[in-house]
Design a protein around this ligand. Sequence first.
Ligand SMILES: Cc1ncc(COP(=O)(O)O)c(C=O)c1O
Length: 413
Amino acid sequence: MEQFQYQQGSLACEGVALSEIAATYGTPVYVYSERSIRERFEALEQAYASVPHLVCYAMKANDNLSIVRLLAGLGAGADIVSGGELFRARRAGVPADRIVFAGVGKSRAEIAQAIDEDVLLLNVESMDELDAISEVARQKGRVARVAARVNPDVDPHTHPYISTGLRKNKFGVPADRVIEVYRRARDDQYLHPLGIQMHIGSQLVHVQPIADAVERLVELVHRLRVEGVDLHYVDVGGGLGIRYRDEEPEGPTDLAAKILPAIRELGVTLLCEPGRYIVGASGALLTRVLYRKENGAKKFVVVDAAMNDLIRPSLYDAYHEIRSVRQCDGEEIVDVVGPICESGDFFAHDRLLPGVQPGDLLAIMSAGAYGFAMASNYNARPRPAEVMVSGTQHRLIRRRETYQDLLRAEEGL
Ligand SMILES: Cc1ncc(COP(=O)(O)O)c(C=O)c1O
């Protein structure tokens, strides 16, 4: 499945040397492997093949239109969290009846947009939100299909910022209040409760916490049937982890083995919302070494990418493997840092790297998820280009921003 490999001493993505990508499009640049995205999507499809299911790609991981279009073409739906993502999903060709809308703070305008588009499910996170959905649906004379997002109070054992299924987190309806939400929805002619959903966190290397939470959902589905609420969809969220360093993450087949028997018995359609699993390891951020410098005992490699391009190390203290594109000799311990005026602007601290020199290229690996999607214009830096590789072909899927792009929303006021 690994599509970034050394070929004749030079790192390549599928059949294209990363040095060719840098020469063609400049740096920093995100590079994605189409084959990797396809293979990982297919792995999910195969794992869940024995039950009716729909893989709703979590667009927040990477909402590039070409990537979403590719996945839509393979049969994926989309998990969205904003009106903007709904707009992009539709633009990329995702059918509305394959879109699920999550999020703790949907505005009335976003709810109206989702009802107009007739998305498959609005995932409700509070009684207040259910009231808002009902009100908007009534104004439109429409019926909104809803699912409650359950907070199952299960510890996913991941970074606190991406842990979402504990009682102390802002997400979901506590399991002991879910029945109340469904009674309210059942008795409202503008609401149709049709699903139940959860998402307990991201980058989970063990699937047992997901399976434990699914067990709670299954119990709730049974209790709701007694209440006269017959749910057709059980959405188990995203969260499957990938390898950034030396993790040995469990994958979709491990999860399927634990949850499919209960899903099959319920006779429901399984929904899932993977993001990182599909695109994380399918992308790398390619950057060029600008300078080397030493401050006392510390050695720095200054590169042309920065925290505005990839914020995960700064935000989560996340580890990303860094490879020299040119296989070179020597070993040294360095900090890899960007040009931004923050000490938090780093990609690695005290990292053992080969002796790279100004002009060399580095690949920051597993940057396909929450990489470009979280990029900003901080320090008035235009965001990087994005390139898709397919076999021996490569193509631009987002051009590098220009200085003019930086001014666009302010001009002519
Ligand atoms: C509701 C919801 N679904 C799916 C995901 C995707 O998670 P991941 O990229 O870990 O699969 C997230 C991410 O935070 C989320 O909040």
